[in-house]
Design a protein around this ligand. Structure first.
Ligand code: ADP
Ligand code: MG
Length: 301
């Protein structure tokens, strides 16, 4: 990662910033709002996000949940520098989202895996490495390692259309991980999968998260999925999207099939569901307790 920005608190992280309390904050949104101005006369102006305050700590797994159209994708796109904020600020690794993108701090995974059918799976995963000029032998080895990580090691020679939906999505995850991103942004990546595959993918993703230590921001409309995966669930209200509640998920860090049978798991699902309902009722969108903006202690790395 290029250490270009002088103001970056995480640049080399060695001695100088040891006492910096925000050094472990990967994403810091403050008063972030987004308005889409209509392009033509008569177009409606859409207030998509209002006053988003959120700090994501290193190693966290954050889910964004909220009704359709509440700005979840927009929020993710703001963090990934695919769109800008209308007001407020966003910092990633202590620098601008733009700089973070240039430094390739991100990996992104979308609902439909964007794989190129004419390339093999292996060469799809190599693509970001190719673009960044990684030498052939090195990128081949890295892509193979990433395919092993998502348990597709034997399918590198296949083409995407020869894989199931779940396998394609794993290939897309492998590609997103190829550049060792600090931050994985995932927009409903399992939305198109059947329930069984989705539950398996959830476990796979948690395994990858553990093995890589990456920070994840994950958009979903599934309450159980959000609770199962996350260290914190961020609940949003309808448009303009605001954060109404942040639910810390105090389940044991190690999640498996039994997690879904735990009483605490059901209680948390209920908590999130009620928070969503309260948010949809409108009105109850007061500011988030500033104490909850920061990462829950003990979740790092
Ligand atoms: P979600 O992902 O929660 O379903 P989105 O972030 O996609 O919601 O969209 C939030 C709102 O912003 C919606 O009303 C949507 O129509 C609007 N919106 C999103 N992108 C654009 C755009 N590029 N131009 C205009 N309006 C947009
Ligand atoms: Mg969306």
């Amino acid at each position: 990662m290029a250490a270009a920005e002088a103001h970056t608190p995480l640049d080399d992280g060695s001695d100088a910033e040891a006492a910096e309390p925000t050094a472990e904050v990967v994403v810091d949104l403050r008063g972030a709002s987004k308005v889409f101005e209509g392009r033509a006369k008569g177009d409606t102006r859409v207030e998509a996000l209002a006053d988003i305050d959120l700090a994501v700590g290193r190693g966290e797994f954050i889910s964004l949940i909220g009704p359709s159209g509440c700005g979840k994708s927009t929020l993710l796109r703001i963090v990934g520098d695919l769109t800008n904020v209308s007001a407020g600020t966003v910092a990633v690794n202590g620098k601008s989202a733009r700089q973070a993108r240039l430094d390739r701090d991100y990996g992104m995974v979308f609902q439909a895996p964007v794989l190129f059918d004419w390339r093999t799976v292996q060469r799809n995963v190599e693509l970001p490495l190719e673009i960044t000029g990684v030498p052939k032998a090195e990128r081949e080895a890295k892509a193979r390692a990433m395919l092993d990580l998502v348990e597709l090691g034997e399918f590198g020679g296949h083409h995407p259309w020869q894989l199931s939906g779940g396998m394609q999505q794993r290939a897309a995850i492998a590609r997103a991980l190829a550049l060792d991103p600090d931050l994985l942004l995932m927009d409903e990546p399992f939305g198109a999968l059947d329930e069984m595959t989705r539950e398996r993918m959830n476990l796979e993703l948690l395994g990858i998260w553990e093995r890589t230590g990456t920070t994840v921001i994950f958009v979903t409309h599934s309450i159980p999925e959000a609770v199962f995966l996350s260290t914190r669930v961020v609940v949003m209200s309808p448009r303009p999207g605001r954060i109404t509640t942040i639910v810390p998920i105090d389940l044991p860090r190690r999640r498996d099939f039994e997690t879904r049978e735990m009483e605490r798991y059901f209680a948390l699902v209920t908590t999130v569901r009620e928070a969503l309902r309260a948010g949809e009722g409108g009105g109850s969108s007061g500011p988030v307790d500033p104490a909850r903006r920061v990462a829950v202690e003990g979740l790092g790395g």
